[in-house]
Every structure is written in C-alpha cells, then in structure tokens.
Design a protein. Sequence first.
Length: 95
Amino acid sequence: MTSLNKWTIILKNSPFEWTLKGVVMFKNLKAEMLKQDVSINKLAQHIGVTRDTMYRKLIGRINITIREAKKIQTLFPLNNSLEYLFEEDSCQKMI
C-alpha cells in the first residue's frame, strides 16, 4: 500500500480527500466544510446523491445544479451566499 493510499483510507470521509485526489474547484466551500465539520458524505446525503457523485461534483467532473447548490447552501448558516460558496479558484478558470 502506497502512502497516498493510506491517506485516502484514513481520510475517506473527510473534506480533505478531494484535495488529495483532485483539483479544488470551490475553495470557499471546502473552507466552510472544514470549519463546520461537514463531510462529503453529509453533502451527498443532503442533496440525494451518492458519495462518489458528490466527489465528482466537487472536483468539477459533473456540474452542480442550481437546486443542488441551494440545498448545499442551507448547510452553512454563516458565509452561505452562493457566490461565496461556489466561487471557482482563479487558477482553475484558466485551464
């Protein structure tokens, strides 16, 4: 088992996992997830998708719908404007 695989197993339900494996699309959403202890699993359950689908949405492989974004927004009582939570990283916009 490589060291990355160990980290993936340890962090399986952690918001950190999507930075180890993929590009961070929504840095503010990630920050709020960390501050408020919201896992990828919790996001997935909240919007009614699988954990794998949620992961793909967070790294930008699948689009997040407006309805899903509004549901996610309700999990974050502070700093929860859609513009803030779903602001794309400027480096990612250039790719």
